[in-house]
Design a protein around this ligand. Structure first.
Ligand SMILES: [Zn+2]
Ligand SMILES: [Zn+2]
Length: 135
């Protein structure tokens, strides 16, 4: 998959394009993601920063000690996640992509916080917390 992928917020003021394969595509069941989006769970497509071009000026907000989330200041769409312990990586909500069908989740993060009525029968690896070590 060397194609460009294209994401945007609801109003189109912020557009993101990516090139090449994502590092990972992960469900996240943590409470922060749930509350930041209002969705019961989210899917993040992670890329190296150099694979990502952002057009527009999303607002950035420190949402916890190590994490900055960005969202469109015009329409409020949650867009990205960066963790200073995962330097050089940026995670984009998979649902923002025109090509979201190509971003197939490969793992589940924070299943210990998962809503009990959400049943996972996809056979993917499940992680109690983060799926990647933080330095
Ligand atoms: Zn917008
Ligand atoms: Zn999360």
């Amino acid at each position: 998959m060397n194609d460009m992928l294209h994401a945007r917020c609801s109003c189109g003021a912020v557009r993101i394009s990516t090139s090449g394969e994502p590092l990972q595509v992960s469900w996240c069941h943590c409470r922060d993601c749930r509350r930041q989006t209002g969705a019961p769970a989210v899917v993040w497509a992670g890329f190296r920063s150099e694979q990502v071009a952002i057009d527009g000026a999303p607002k950035r907000r420190q949402s916890s000690d190590h994490v900055v989330r960005a969202f469109c200041g015009d329409c409020g769409t949650p867009m990205t996640y960066e963790d200073d312990r995962l330097a050089g990586e940026i995670y984009i909500h998979a649902g923002l992509f025109d090509e979201a069908d190509h971003l197939v989740p490969d793992r589940h993060a924070y299943v210990t916080s998962k809503l009990f009525w959400l049943h996972l029968e996809d056979g993917l690896d499940k992680f109690d917390a983060t799926t990647r070590g933080r330095n």
